[in-house]
Design a protein around this ligand. Structure first.
Ligand SMILES: NC(=O)C1=CN([C@@H]2O[C@H](COP(=O)(O)OP(=O)(O)OC[C@H]3O[C@@H](n4cnc5c(N)ncnc54)[C@H](OP(=O)(O)O)[C@@H]3O)[C@@H](O)[C@H]2O)C=CC1
Ligand SMILES: N[C@@H](CC=O)C(=O)O
Ligand code: NA
Length: 426
């Protein structure tokens, strides 16, 4: 059997998993691809670090050219992270005619469009299944399994750190800070967890999901992202009283040929399939005109789950090499990119207000919503002390523009403070 050499950039969590899976599942992978696939070189930063899988005939190097410039290597796997350095290496690899697999959502969300062009120009494959929801084969499901459908909406729990934190805050009443510390100790959070808690990691994954689901080339600036930094255990309890669970969702929705993408804490009925996704798990809920509702659930990170997606990408490339059909990327469906205006973006909302407990304040609040044609489906008033009350409203469906108008007016009203507002899904 002929061999196919792979060079890997990075030997951390994911890189180690790739080495392990290729070794342990070698027989099956050879049967499927017709190649003996071997990792020959791995790029690291520090040669003196102890590595877990050392006796595998791999040469370690700190010089990227040793890997990218090696003519015997056909496939480069980028699992080192970073944006600019990874971009530089991936461009060089594609220009050298090497196929590329990456797990780097930051790279693909920010530079995917350009990398795809370079891949096509060089007749190279470029795959990145692990970049969204690590171990869940969601990208191939969308581009292959659901290829015949007209997708309408994609909602995902695509950040394990924040889902873990919300689970702990909900089920154990842990504070935000304690929950974050636990997520960091368990290794789910990025080294700087800002991108996790502020919804930026999820926004990057939603950019990738949106491009593949709707063929629209949205960028990070097109995603309105609110994370969980200001979410309190009080709000989780208020939502619970109303029959909802709060999850950080990425929501991408197509309406009349235009798309809206957001990341926001979202109230879900406790019976919703996404409400049952706990701890660091991820899930993506897809609504298509033909297939209806489908959901894909599993680990969003971790050595072996993430590496299994990377190795599946390697297998796809090996099959394409065998068939002489390389030059493939996930993004074969392209539609004109249109962004839905806030006036046409409809949803229900949870609004939490603090108000002076005085005759007339409640009336003023209801007037502000009425002026924007917003109706209420639920209202909860809880006295805080003699003069202050917390009021929670669940609105009927309204446009984002009308909601923002109502909230802006309420902010200017004496005796009313808008504490927070989150989306509500049925
Ligand atoms: N961990 C996970 O569960 C998931 C990770 N990903 C993505 O996979 C990628 C890798 O993540 P992960 O394995 O966790 O990262 P790690 O930090 O565990 O590993 C990174 C590896 O890359 C090497 N490296 C980093 N920068 C450089 C550089 N400039 N030059 C040479 N080598 C470098 C490091 O070398 P050294 O060992 O010498 O320090 C290390 O081996 C990231 O893009 C991440 O977002 C995606 C989904 C899930
Ligand atoms: N920090 C990320 C890791 C995977 O992408 C997360 O928490 O989901
Ligand atoms: Na995936």
């Amino acid at each position: 059997m002929s061999s196919l050499n792979v060079g890997v950039l990075g030997f951390g969590t994911v890189g180690s998993g790739v080495v392990r899976i290729l070794n342990e599942h070698q027989d099956k992978i050879s049967q499927i691809t017709g190649y003996d696939i071997a990792i020959t070189k791995v790029l690291v930063r520090d040669l003196s670090k102890a590595r877990r899988y050392e006796n595998t005939g791999i040469t370690l190097t700190t010089n990227a050219n040793d890997v990218i410039g090696d003519p015997s290597i056909a496939i480069i796997v980028e699992v080192m992270g970073t944006i600019e350095t990874a971009y530089d290496y991936v461009v060089k690899a594609l220009q050298a005619g090497k196929h590329v697999v990456t797990a780097n959502k930051d790279l693909i969300a920010l530079h995917g469009d350009h990398l795809i062009t370079i891949a096509r120009e060089n007749n190279c494959d470029l795959f990145y299944e692990a970049s969204v929801a690590g171990g869940i084969p969601i990208l191939r499901t969308i581009v292959n399994g659901l290829a015949s459908d007209h997708l309408k909406k994609v909602m995902g729990i695509v950040n394990g750190t924040t889902n873990f934190m919300l689970t702990k805050m909900t089920s154990e009443g842990l504070t935000y800070n304690d929950a974050l510390q636990q997520a960091q100790a368990l290794g789910f959070a990025e080294s700087d967890p800002t991108n996790d808690v502020d919804g930026i990691d999820a926004a990057r994954k939603m950019v990738i999901l949106t491009r593949l689901s709707f063929g629209m080339n949205v960028s990070l600036d097109d995603v309105s992202a609110t994370g969980i930094r200001n979410l309190t255990v009080d709000e989780i309890k208020l939502a619970d009283q109303l029959g909802y669970t709060i999850k950080l969702l990425g929501i991408s929705e197509e309406t009349n040929g235009a798309v809206d993408v957001c990341v926001t804490p979202t109230l879900l009925p406790k019976t919703h399939p996404l409400a049952g996704v706990h701890n660091e798990n991820n899930a993506v809920f897809v609504i298509g005109e033909a297939a209806g509702e489908t959901m894909y659930y599993g680990p969003g990170a971790g050595e072996l789950p993430t590496a299994s997606s990377v190795v599946s990408d390697i297998i796809s490339i090996a099959k394409n090499i065998k068939l002489g059909t390389t030059g493939n990327v996930f993004n074969s469906y392209v539609h004109e990119t249109n962004k839905l205006a806030d006036a046409n973006c409809y949803a229900k909302y949870f609004v939490r207000l603090k108000m002076t407990d005085e005759t007339g304040t409640f009336l003023k609040m209801t007037q502000r919503f009425t002026e924007q044609n917003i109706g209420f489906s639920r209202i909860l008033q809880l006295p805080e002390n003699d003069d202050q009350a917390t009021v929670v409203v669940i609105t009927h469906t309204t446009s984002r523009a009308n909601l923002h108008e109502a909230l802006a007016a309420l902010k200017n009203d004496n005796g009313i403070v808008v504490h927070s507002h989150y989306r509500v899904e049925d």
